[in-house]
Design a protein around this ligand. Sequence first.
Ligand code: SF4
Length: 272
Amino acid sequence: MKIKFFYKYPKTLLNKGTGFLSGYTHSLNPYTGCAYGCSYCYVRQMPVSMFRKEEWGTWVDIKKKAADLLRKELERAKRKGKVTIFMSSSTDPYQPIEYKEKVTRSLLEVMVENKPDFLFVQTRSPLVRRDIDLFLLLKDRVRVSMTIETDREDIRKHFTPGAPPIGARLKTLQLLADAGVPTQATIAPVLPSSEEFPEKLRKWVNRVCVDDYFMGDGSGGKRTKNLGIFSMYEELGLEEWYDPSAYQIVYDRLKKVFSTEQIYLSQKGFLP
Ligand code: SF4
């Protein structure tokens, strides 16, 4: 799909952590819009997408001079107290344009100079491995969370054809773990997966977060319902996986290879 790119000069970068992210003082989005265009993305239902004529997943605003702005905002925020940052809540900080633009990397460089108390990096992109050098400088003040909703590539292609393959994400978790970067695997939203899924994660992570549309879309599943995602399960004959109790299938399988302290449910898995 052809993506349209726009350069923007934002006035602010750090937003107050609210709602699902109320455990954070701030959220940080290096881009607006997301080229992955996942079918179930709840941002489609938010003003940032709804007031735009182009469809979600077909446009990306690239934030210019972001590092200069963050340097100032971070200094100001740190003077007021503890700073914990969630990057990112409504875009993927390592979507393909980041290869060229390096906005996310420039923000990390600022955070290495003037460290926040904690930084949570949420992505589904193998490109995150490029910044291992910077994560290591942040030491235990950072956690990289890799979205892996399923281990089944056919399911990944059905729901998120524009997103990176599962194998590349697992490989990236391995590289992060080998380098000593704190990581977690985030099964969110839970999609139909195999019995062996937990075993595949066990090799590289000791922390897993499980979330679904009903706990995690910020509206008890209403936003996802409005997106008509149920029909995508019908197409596969896997309707039983679109259910508030379906996460339990994955949770029970995880419990066979992880201890309960290593498995986090919904919002708890995203806390600092
Ligand atoms: S990667 Fe995240 S922000 Fe981007 S479309 Fe998918 S769910 Fe939405």
